[in-house]
Design a protein around this ligand. Structure first.
Ligand SMILES: Nc1ncnc2c1ncn2[C@@H]1O[C@H](COP(=O)(O)OP(=O)(O)OP(=O)(O)O)[C@@H](O)[C@H]1O
Length: 230
């Protein structure tokens, strides 16, 4: 995991992405350059449909840009094969979505253990880290609960803990509290910021909520396919 030493955890250079449907080409991202350091938490605030999810998917190596480059902790990803990109995703990147996407037949603890098992951690180490992370989010008494038995806020806390399971250098979050009521969203968001600040990783968090955005270190927005400081 990157320490809070100013190491660049995400570097986008001249990233472009368009979608073709029928005769039309939609140039969503035209020329995105962006640098995120370890220990830095950046809000991505932009109107619906301007390309936030597209950008996060490219930064998270879930999608490839049409042009430009994506570096994760100094490693250029463009020429890597899919399995190498998947390995970087597994070890260096945590992703949180608006919806928790937890596996319903596994307990909270098992959901947080899963990425670690995929990363070939021992069962014992994975279990210890899952318990540690869930405890950080005040869920020490919910370890054996299935997601369906948890509240919306608790489910999202488990999803955040899962994203941090493999000690990533980079956290990407797409409206991580967007599905929660305003009060719960504020509480879960505070916990997210507290835990992320404690780890020293770099985070890029898309939100529609200006109040939540103002608690981060920097705010950037998308305008005409470009990323600009707010
Ligand atoms: N697979 C696709 N094929 C065609 N068009 C797409 C595709 N994915 C996204 N788009 C279009 O690209 C634009 C940007 O979409 P994206 O989901 O990145 O926006 P967003 O800023 O995350 O929106 P929201 O805040 O509503 O989630 C939208 O106009 C969308 O319709």
């Amino acid at each position: 995991m990157a320490e809070a030493t100013g190491e660049t955890v995400l570097q986008l250079r001249d990233v472009a992405r368009s979608y073709v449907s029928g005769d039309e080409t939609l140039h969503v991202l035209r020329d995105i350059s962006f640098s995120l350091q370890a220990g830095e938490i950046v809000a991505l605030v932009a109107p619906s449909g301007t390309g936030k999810s597209t950008l996060l998917h490219i930064a998270g190596l879930l999608d490839r840009p049409d042009g430009g480059s994506v570096e994760i902790t100094g490693r250029e990803s463009g020429r890597l094969a899919d399995n190498d990109r998947a390995a970087i995703r597994c070890s260096e990147i945590g992703f949180v979505y608006q919806f928790h996407h937890l596996l319903g037949e596994f307990t909270a603890r098992e959901n947080v253990m899963l990425p670690q098992m995929i990363a070939k951690q021992s069962r014992r180490a994975a279990r210890a880290r899952a318990d540690y992370l869930l405890d950080l989010f005040g869920l020490g008494h919910r370890l054996d609960h299935l997601p369906g038995k948890l509240s919306g806020g608790e489910q999202q806390r488990v999803a955040i803990a899962r994203a941090l399971a493999n000690e990533p250098s980079l956290l990407l979050a797409d409206e991580p509290t967007g599905n929660l009521d305003v009060k719960t969203a504020a509480v879960v968001f505070d916990e997210l910021l507290r835990v992320v600040r404690g780890t020293g990783l770099g985070a890029l968090i898309a939100t529609h909520n200006d109040d939540l955005a103002s608690r981060m270190d920097r705010v950037v927005t998308l305008r005409d396919g470009m990323l600009v400081e707010f």
